[in-house]
Design a protein around this ligand. Structure first.
Ligand code: URA
Ligand code: SF4
Length: 216
């Protein structure tokens, strides 16, 4: 099928059903060609977690391991997230985890596939999946992990470094949105001390999220 006449985003690939459930969405997303990244990634990595989870984590895009596994946050960044959730006593199986962009974008360097940042057009193209997930899950709190997710949900002028860990109300997305850094950025810290302090700050931001859940 030629894609030339289709709107160049994911909308054309949404299920025909007016109110699709997460399984229908996942199946439809598996065939998405809403941007060129379907050629690059092995498979669509859709979000994972219960319908009506109280909290939804939104990352950037699947990484190398997520691309192979077909599941979000199962690689090194996922372990940082898991450790933080463990420390706070938040059960990962009770939260919904997804990404702003659902295919892995990479460039080859030898045998390695190096993560490449999705651009504004790709983020926009993939947004219908995130909107559909939000509609189904209706989280009380959205946790925005890093600049790409922030760009997708809060606009390009949002600065995570200035607003991190603060509950944002009135976004129209969920009762609360909390932005923090991407867990992969903690792994890129230049030395062990910075890594430790960045890890602390990440847990502190997520503690805010936990408090928002406790007041439910
Ligand atoms: N980084 C992300 O943003 N998402 C993943 O799923 C894995 C790594
Ligand atoms: Fe579709 Fe998103 Fe994959 Fe692009 S990145 S092909 S919009 S699922």
């Amino acid at each position: 099928m030629s894609t030339e006449n289709l709107p160049w985003d994911a909308r054309a690939f949404l299920p025909a059903d007016a109110d699709p459930d997460l399984d229908q969405l996942r199946r439809a997303a598996a065939g998405c060609q809403g941007c060129d990244l379907y050629r690059t990634g092995t498979q669509t990595v859709f979000g994972e977690g219960p319908r009506r989870a109280q909290v939804m984590f939104v990352g950037e895009q699947p990484g190398d391991q997520e691309d192979r596994a077909g599941k979000p946050f199962v690689g090194p960044a996922g372990r940082v997230l898991d450790d933080a959730l463990d420390e706070l006593g938040i059960d990962r199986s009770g939260v919904y985890v997804t990404n702003a962009v659902k295919h892995f974008k990479w460039t080859g360097r030898g045998k390695r596939r190096i993560h490449s940042k999705p651009n504004a057009r790709e983020i926009r193209a993939c947004r219908p999946w995130l909107d559909a997930e939000l509609e189904e899950v209706e989280p009380r709190v959205i946790v925005v992990l890093g600049a790409t997710a922030a760009q997708a949900l809060l606009g390009a002028s949002f600065r995570v470094t200035q607003q991190r860990g603060k509950p944002l109300e009135g976004t129209g997305l969920a009762p609360y949105v909390v932005a923090t850094v991407h867990p992969a950025s903690i792994l890129r810290a230049p030395d062990p001390e910075t890594r430790e302090s960045e890890g602390r700050a990440f847990v502190d931001d997520l503690r805010t999220v936990k408090h928002l859940l406790n007041t439910a």
